[in-house]
Every structure is written in C-alpha cells, then in structure tokens.
Design a protein around this ligand. Structure first.
Ligand SMILES: [Zn+2]
Length: 75
C-alpha cells in the first residue's frame, strides 16, 4: 500500500479539491470570510459554512443582502 502511494503522482495545486469534504469536484466556489475557513468549496460545503456566519457577515455577500431586502419588502 505504501509503495502504491509513493509512486502515485502528487495532485497538482490546480486540482479541483473541495476544502471541506476533500473530494474532487468539477465546480468549486471561493469562500473567504476569515483566514480560518477561506478556500474553495463545493456547493454543499460552501452552504454549510455560509449558514454559520453571523447576519453581519452574511450581509457582506451581495446576493444575500438582495435576498433579505426582497424579504423585507414583502413584509
Ligand atoms: Zn465539499
């Protein structure tokens, strides 16, 4: 097993690997609110991280702000 690992070429830095689940994905999105969680994530992991943000942090994402403004407008 260790021999197989040693001859396997190392993944290149451009490989599309999700920072959360460490799986190879064809589409990744950048997430970078804090130095601790910044990186490229797949849709599922991205949303998981976004949910943990405070409302103030969420408002820094324009798509979220627009969504909230729409919700408030219908109240
Ligand atoms: Zn992921």
């Amino acid at each position: 097993m260790s021999l197989i690992n040693s001859i396997r070429p190392k993944p290149q830095s451009i490989a599309m690997i999700c920072n959360g689940c460490m799986k190879e994905k064809s589409l990744l999105a950048w997430f970078g609110m804090t130095p601790l969680n910044q990186g490229l994530y797949c849709g599922k992991c991205w949303q998981e991280r976004f949910k943990r943000l405070s409302n103030k942090q969420k408002n820094e994402w324009s798509f979220w702000k627009l969504k909230q403004e729409k919700i408030n407008a219908t109240k």
